[in-house]
Design a protein around this ligand. Structure first.
Ligand code: GDP
Ligand code: MG
Length: 336
């Protein structure tokens, strides 16, 4: 387990740790890297889920040493990563501090960073999708503030991840729309339709989510039994019982393995650990500055070893921001 980013509550900045460079540079250069991250409120089972997923990967590769995210009762702070090396690929699991932990500025920065770093982002929340669930993703809108003067460019593969909404402790009444029962797909479609969010004012955030994130999926988990929660506390994350929680965890794992968890691409290219490190450094600098404008980012890119990789990537972000602004215009027209 390696801490790659720390949060500084005083300066409200993200800081790269000393371990980060070594960690990324020592990743096997021959294998594609897949990055799975989780965000959400503290103490809603984020670290537990990563430990369960990790334990399922470990079953595929008995040589991997099992380290535990979060420890016992420890609250995660900053951003932590665990590497799992399989025969044909590297999986990086990323755990992040609770979105209710630091102040809003730090939370938004973490969510923006983790989003841009991942191939799949899990947003973890309890019971039902609330306004807070979406508001916590609005950190993505800070990208729109970072990148000024969006202009058209070549459009390589999007740097944004696929998104999983993970609903924990599903109520016995299950998923409903207007009090009528529905399945996961209908529920998510309804929630991601901006028209259904005009009254709560969340439409712009929903549109941002729709245009930034790629594929989206919802999983609803039942609450684990008290016995199973005790097992988690004892550090046992094996999901091999026939409990509904374990069945769902296995289903999620299979879904990731069947192609939802893709290799991380930068500018449509598979990257090595050293590219990822430069990319991370670039993202942290940009996100910390908030007001960074294009000339400054361009200067950084000119100096960077990863110049060729980062330049088209920046153009892609500009393109996405342009699409976002167009969507917002459409929404204004719709409202009138
Ligand atoms: N109700 C409930 N508790 C859970 C679940 N998964 C884990 N827990 C327990 O909730 C507590 C917090 O879990 P943890 O994974 O550390 O949460 P995190 O702060 O979001 O990373 C621990 O005592 C877990 O055993 C779940 O799905 N439902
Ligand atoms: Mg945790």
């Amino acid at each position: 387990m390696t801490e790659i980013v720390k949060t500084n509550q005083q300066t409200e900045k993200l800081e790269l740790t000393e371990e980060a460079e070594n960690f990324f540079n020592s990743i096997n250069k021959e294998k594609p890297i897949h990055i799975l991250s989780i965000i959400g409120v503290t103490r809603e089972g984020k670290s537990t889920l990563l430990n369960c997923i990790s334990s399922l990967y470990e079953k595929k590769n008995s040589e991997t040493k099992f380290e535990i995210f979060g420890g016992i009762d420890a609250c995660t702070s900053g951003i932590w990563v665990k590497q799992i090396e399989l025969n044909d690929k590297i999986i990086l699991l990323i755990d992040s501090e609770g979105t209710d932990k630091g102040n809003d500025v730090i939370t938004q920065k973490i969510i923006t960073l983790v989003s841009l770093l991942s191939s799949v982002l899990i947003i973890n929340f309890s019971k039902i999708i609330t306004n807070y669930t979406f508001k916590s993703l609005s950190g993505i809108q800070s990208i729109a503030k970072i990148i000024k003067n969006p202009k058209q460019g070549n459009v390589p593969e999007s740097p944004f991840p696929n998104l999983i909404f993970l609903l924990r402790d599903l109520l016995s009444s299950g998923l409903t729309i207007d009090k009528k029962p529905c399945n996961a797909e209908e529920y998510l479609d309804y929630q991601l339709d901006p028209v259904n969010h005009i009254s709560d004012g969340l439409s712009p955030i929903i549109m941002t989510i729709n245009s930034f994130y790629k594929k989206k999926q919802l999983f609803a988990f039942k609450k684990p039994s008290d016995n199973q929660i005790q097992q988690f506390k004892n550090g046992n994350f094996e999901c091999n019982s026939d409990s509904e929680f374990d069945q769902k965890t296995n289903e999620l794992f299979q879904f990731l393995e069947n192609g939802f968890l893709e290799p991380k691409l930068i500018n449509g290219n598979q990257c090595q650990g050293s590219d990822l490190f430069l990319y991370l450094k670039f993202l942290i600098e940009g996100i910390n500055e908030e007001k960074v404008d294009i000339p400054m980012i361009s200067d950084y890119i000119e100096q960077s070893k990863a110049k060729q990789i980062l330049k088209p990537f920046l153009e892609r972000i500009q393109q996405i921001v342009k699409e976002l602004i167009e969507n917002l215009e459409k929404l204004k027209i719709m409202k009138n």
